[in-house]
Design a protein around this ligand. Structure first.
Ligand code: CIR
Length: 260
């Protein structure tokens, strides 16, 4: 399995209600028009990287629904409808189900506990899942029951306290290399993987997305960008200021997959 090569991506248009999106610390309200422009640039970058885009309409009742990654997990063998742990986001999973039912022959549903896609990092080897305020042991057990029979191994880790999601602090650069913050790396969770650390002071750029030959990377973190280019990665820098106001990064804005 390749965790970095895909043919398709699902995106959902930002709702006008994105201004009400959840945030751990209020540092300002996103501008809906700028958010839409940034989202369009992100979609275009995925297209240029080879993605056929499945573009879903905005859901006004769900301010955070632009962050489609948290509602589902797409694997080569099938899709999994997750159970977001944020009460205001639980309904996003049901809203995603018809799309995945239409695209995949096999769609499983998590019926117990809570688990959000932001806590799940799929590599060529493992599915790493971080327990967090949004993802609990029952949710992880339910995921394991679905994906182990599909041939995946699940490694359960702990998302550091005060970090929203496991992937807030990391992103996959290639099948066995992750970009990660020092605080996440220090937890030992990437044993067996090659780790490139974000430069101190640029922790907010750890969440990146590898899609085929490029890495989608938030603009504004020049030292880490240089480090990654020197390591041979082809970066596409994209504006993320609006999504960052409501704790969103590169990976949350899409579900990447190859239909089975
Ligand atoms: C939330 O708090 O759920 C949203 N405002 C941000 C979700 C970001 N999702 C992700 O990192 N996978």
């Amino acid at each position: 399995m390749s965790a970095t090569r895909f043919t398709h991506a699902i995106l959902r248009a930002p709702a006008a209600s994105v201004t009400q999106g959840l945030r751990a610390v209020d540092t300002g309200t996103p501008d809906a028009a700028q958010f839409r422009a940034d989202h369009a640039a992100y979609m275009q970058a995925l297209r240029a990287a080879g993605a056929s885009i499945v573009a879903l309409p905005a859901l006004e009742d769900f301010p955070d629904s632009v962050f489609v990654e948290d509602a589902a997990l797409c694997l080569p063998e099938g899709a999994v409808i997750l159970r977001p742990g944020a009460p205001s986001r639980l309904g996003e999973a049901a809203a995603m189900a018809p799309t995945l039912d239409a695209l995949y022959g096999r769609v499983a549903r998590i019926a117990e506990g809570f688990i959000e896609g932001g806590d799940i990092l799929v590599t060529d080897r493992d599915i790493l899942v971080g327990l967090s305020a949004r993802t609990d042991a029952a949710g992880v057990a339910a995921l394991r029951a679905v994906v182990e029979p599909w041939g995946h191994s699940v490694r359960v880790l702990v998302t550091p306290p005060d970090v929203l999601h496991f992937k807030t602090d990391c992103g996959l650069l290639d099948g066995e290399t992750v970009l990660a913050t020092a605080r996440l790396t220090a937890s030992g969770c990437f044993e067996g993987y090659r780790v490139i650390e974000v430069v101190a002071g640029e922790e907010a750029c750890a969440n990146c997305v590898r899609f085929n030959d490029v890495v989608l990377f938030p603009a504004g973190y020049p030292k880490t960008a240089t480090r990654l280019r020197e390591a041979g990665y082809d970066l596409v820098e994209l504006p993320n200021d609006q999504a960052a106001l409501i704790d969103g990064g590169m990976s949350c804005l899409s579900l990447r997959f190859t239909p089975s």
